[in-house]
Write a protein that binds this ligand. Sequence first.
Ligand code: GCU
Length: 394
Amino acid sequence: MSKTMPFLFILLFLFNKAMTQNYDESKVPDYTLPEVLKTESGNVVNNKSAWEKVRRPELLTLFAENIYGQMPKDFDSIRFTITNEVADAMDGRAQLKQVTISVWRMGKSVDIHLVLFTPNNRKKPVPAFLLINNREDSTMDATRKIKSEFWPAEMVIDSGYAIAAFQVADAAPDDKDTYQNGVLQLYPKQLQADNGMKAIGAWAWAASRVMDYFEKDKAIDAKKVALVGHSRGGKTALWAGANDRRFAIVISNCSGNSGAALSRRKFGETIKLINNQFPHWFNDNYKKFNDKEDALPVDQHELLALIAPRPLYVTSASEDLWADPKGMYLSLWNAQPAYGLYGKHAALPTEMPAVNSPIIHSVLGYHEREGIHDLTKYDWNNFIQFANYQYYGK
Ligand code: GCU
């Protein structure tokens, strides 16, 4: 290789990056967001009944058709098996349960493995946080030999909440060649359809099966379950929360493109970039919108609106421009009309809040953490404060 070759490669790499992603606010194109409350036929809904009967189902269908795929609800049977139980985990502060959730359909089955800690010495069922774990298994170590900020189980237990997690790979391996080996075995027709669910749909489906379990566990207050996801898990939390209204609170951490961030801003990651790198996350129809954001009948603020009237918390990180912090704040801001229909008024400032200045006392919460793309104790601490405020007003 000649001496100039490495430089040529670097130049090519930089040129390629510059061509594919924008980090310059002045280059964000002019765009018009689809109106949350305006139906496809042009009527503006102005009350919650019309929202729930007409516009909400319409939006859910648009997201299923064009982005995340269908969300099948039928299965033949579900079984919960406690595989391990420890009464005095965490030095006696918590009870550990490991549960295998087995779901059957047409002779095929899938197993979701849940790790659940509930605080001891509580008489009433407790509210819970459920993490969609898109990191390694050790992140949710049941033995607590390994402790990770990504799932700070001790901290959540000491705050009086149950804490649970499941591994996304149980539902669908995060791989373009093998994502079919999980939930999709139960729904083979999804694999043939342009609007069929793929990995993110399968992960969201699994979160709902965990909710099926929570409804049966007397230690858990299933009416107070907060669903948490980071990044690809954050996209999943939003989609799961939009579909399954049993989740009382939805928390999207650094979810970025095709999560909380507005696609039409084309800042950082774009639809084309995400589809090219992760073809197994979204349905095939979504590929039609590569470089055609304005043709999408929805934008991501409408996904957030589907969580209404339930509390929703969105985060970003100052060094995570790929996920477009400003685009996530604008998205949250633009979800407000749906909350307004329920008489819920968010305390969001017009200007995006400064770094490390969380908005907690509001039905729509937000923070931009200083630092990189990650899920940390700082984030979790704010989630706990947010839940305290929503459930107990403090
Ligand atoms: C990639 C991807 C993002 C995603 C992130 C993650 O960076 O481009 O869309 O959110 O991975 O899941 O960590």
